[in-house]
Ligand binder design. Structure first.
Ligand SMILES: *Cc1c(COP(=O)(O)O)cnc(C)c1O
Length: 390
C-alpha cells in the first residue's frame, strides 16, 4: 500500500518504487516471467491474496516491474493504489464495469472519448445498463441527469477535442453524499497537472499510450483509486478480463516517467505559441486551447489544474472539406494521425457536433510534439499558403 509521499512530483517520478536495487541496478530490470515459485506453503497462500507483492503469484495479477511504475503513478496521483493495464480502454471499460450491474444507470459527459462512449452505449446496453449524456460544464445539469438507479458518473476533464472541463469538486462531493461513484478519464492532464482524487473523484483513469508512455511505443492504461476499490478491480475486471500490461511495456513506462515533467512542459509551451499564432490567422475562426488567457473556463481551470499539454484545436473559417483535406495533407512536420502525447506532432481533421452546437463543424486538432516550435509554425504557414494557392 503506497504511503502518502512527501516528495515533490519530480523526485517521486525518479525514485518512488525503486528502494530495492537488485544487484545495484539503477534502472530496475524487467521481470519477464509469467509465474513466481514460493519457498513454503504460507508464502504460497499469501501470494494468492496479495494486492501487491512480494510474494508474487502470477503476472496476470501483478509483477514487480509493473509495481515500480504503479507506485510512482499512485504517489503522483495521490491515491493508495494504481494498476497498469494493457490499454487506456482497458482502464476506462474496467473502471466502468466495476461500478455497474444489470439495470444500472450511468451519467457521462457528451465529449467523452469515442470508444468509451461506444462501450457505454453500444456494448453495456446488452446488460441493461443505460447511459445519459450531459454537456457537463454546469454541475447542476449532471445532478439533474441522475436517477435512483444511477451508480456512476463518468467524467473526462478536459476532454480531448474541445477541452471542456467539469467541476470536479462540486460533482465529487455531491455524488459521494449520495453513494454514487465517480470516475474520470484524466489522460489530458497526466497526474502532474490535475489530481481528481483530491477533489473527491473515486477512480482516476489514464491512457498510458499518451504522455505517460510519451514516445509512441507503448499501448497502456492505468486505474488509480483506493486500495479497497483496487481489490475489487484486481480480482475482478483485471484478473477476469486479463487486461494486465506486459512487463516490457511497464519497463518502458518507468523509463518514461523520469522525463514526464520535462516533456509535458515543453509541449505545453509549444502549444501556447502555436495557439497564439493561429489566433492571428485569417484562415482560423476559433482556437480551442486550455492555456489561452481567455479560455472560457479559465477560473475553473486555475482552481483544479496546475497546467496543460500540447493539444489544441482550431475551427477553420472555410468549412468545406475541399479546404480541410488539402490543408491537412499539405502539412509536413505535423503528420496525419490519431493519438497524441508522444514525441511527434500530429494533425487530425474531424467533423463534430457536440450536444450544444446547432450543427456539425469541421475542426482540426493539432498535437504539438517535441520538435522545434519554429519548424511547426513554418509548417503551418506553408500549408496555409499551399491551400490558398490551390
Ligand atoms: C487514447 C485515449 C484513450 C484510449 O487509450 P488506448 O490506450 O488507445 O486504449 C482514452 N481516452 C483518451 C482521452 C484518449 O486520448
Amino acid at each position: 500500500m503506497a504511503a502518502p509521499h512527501r516528495w515533490r512530483s519530480r523526485t517521486i517520478a525518479q525514485h518512488v518504487g525503486e528502494d530495492e536495487k537488485l544487484l545495484g541496478a539503477v534502472a530496475p530490470p524487467i521481470f519477464q516471467n509469467t509465474l513466481f515459485v514460493q519457498e513454503d506453503w504460507d508464502a504460497f497462500t499469501r501470494s494468492a491474496e496479495a494486492l501487491e507483492g512480494p510474494p508474487y503469484l502470477y503476472s496476470r495479477l501483478t509483477n514487480p516491474t509493473l509495481q515500480v511504475a504503479e507506485k510512482k503513478i499512485a504517489a503522483l496521483e495521490g491515491t493508495e493504489s494504481c494498476k497498469l493495464l494493457g490499454s487506456g480502454m482497458a482502464a476506462m471499460s474496467g473502471a466502468i464495469m466495476a461500478r455497474v450491474e444489470a439495470g444500472s444507470h450511468v451519467v457521462c459527459v457528451d465529449s467523452v472519448y469515442g470508444p468509451t462512449r461506444k462501450f457505454l452505449t453500444d456494448y453495456l446496453c446488452r446488460f441493461g445498463v443505460e447511459t445519459s449524456y450531459v454537456v457537463g460544464e454546469d454541475p447542476q445539469e449532471v445532478f439533474d441527469a441522475c436517477r435512483p438507479k444511477t451508480s456512476l458518473i463518468f467524467l473526462e476533464s478536459p476532454s480531448s477535442l474541445l477541452y471542456r472541463l467539469q467541476d470536479l469538486g462540486a460533482i465529487g462531493s455531491w455524488a459521494r453524499e449520495r453513494g454514487i461513484s465517480t470516475a474520470i478519464d484524466s489522460t489530458y492532464s497526466t497526474p502532474l497537472n490535475q489530481n481528481p482524487a483530491a477533489f473527491g473523484i473515486d477512480t482516476v483513469c489514464h491512457t498510458v499510450s499518451k504522455y505517460l508512455g510519451g514516445h509512441s511505443d507503448v499501448i497502456g492504461g492505468a486505474i488509480c483509486c483506493s486500495a479497497e476499490r483496487m481489490r475489487g478491480i484486481t480480482f475482478g475486471e483485471a484478473e477476469l478480463f486479463g487486461t494486465v500490461m506486459s512487463p516490457f511495456n511497464a519497463w518502458l513506462v518507468n523509463r518514461s516517467m523520469r522525463t514526464l515533467h520535462l516533456r509535458v512542459r515543453a509541449v505545453a509551451e509549444t502549444a501556447d505559441r502555436v495557439a497564439n499564432w493561429l489566433r492571428g490567422r485569417d484562415e482560423v475562426a476559433r482556437v480551442f486551447h486550455v492555456g489561452l488567457p481567455d479560455f472560457p473556463q479559465a477560473e475553473l481551470r486555475d482552481r483544479q489544474m496546475r497546467g496543460w499539454g500540447g493539444l489544441l484545436t482550431f475551427e477553420p473559417r472555410d468549412q468545406r472539406v475541399e479546404w480541410v483535406r488539402p490543408f491537412t495533407e499539405a502539412l509536413r512536420v505535423y503528420r496525419l494521425g490519431v493519438s497524441w502525447g508522444g514525441h511527434e506532432s500530429l494533425v487530425v481533421p474531424l467533423e463534430v457536433q457536440p450536444m450544444d452546437w446547432p450543427e456539425k463543424r469541421w475542426i482540426v486538432r493539432l498535437y504539438c510534439g517535441l520538435e522545434d516550435p519554429e519548424d511547426l509554425l513554418e509548417d503551418l504557414e506553408q500549408a496555409f499558403a499551399k491551400v490558398a494557392a490551390g
